[in-house]
Unconditional design. Structure first.
Length: 149
């Protein structure tokens, strides 16, 4: 079964955490980054060090609602070095450094998904993402018709 870590910021990430705890068998870990952050952070290490102390990077899937490009890139770096297999960055691409994060994901063979919401993620080639989307994500429907209806 998956271990999913969710990094929350303010209200962001809390609804997903509640939903996962209700409808999935996943082990869920949570940690928070400060709700108020400056626009530019020269060294996000202090913020991310607190996450590392919480063992948040010991997981199969990391979902980060850090919503800040400097913090998110530092999180992606540490997650990659910690062996995280998949990372989801919700809340649109402008909340992260897409080029940096994709380069790190490629280097460490991580399935990186950058999307507006977790619910729009569909299955793919990653076993971790497929297990996640079996419960949360774009639903697949089979429709059977009878007599053309």
């Amino acid at each position: 079964m998956l271990t999913v870590s969710v990094i929350q910021r303010g209200k962001y990430g809390k609804r997903l955490t509640k939903t996962m705890s209700t409808i999935t068998p996943f082990t869920i870990k949570t940690a928070e980054v400060p709700e108020v952050l400056p626009d530019l952070i020269e060294d996000a290490g202090q913020i991310v060090d607190e996450l590392e102390k919480r063992d948040i990077f010991n997981c199969d899937l990391l979902i980060t609602y850090s919503l800040h490009p400097d913090v998110t890139s530092t999180i992606v770096d540490l997650a990659a070095m910690s062996g995280v297999k998949a990372i989801i960055i919700p809340a649109a691409a402008f909340r992260c450094d897409v080029m940096h994060d994709r380069r790190i994901a490629k280097k460490y063979n991580i399935d990186l998904r950058i999307d507006d919401v977790c619910c729009s993620i569909g299955p793919g080639e990653s076993k971790v993402i497929n297990e996640f989307t079996a419960y949360i994500g774009k639903p697949e429907l089979d429709i059977t018709t009878e007599n053309g209806l």
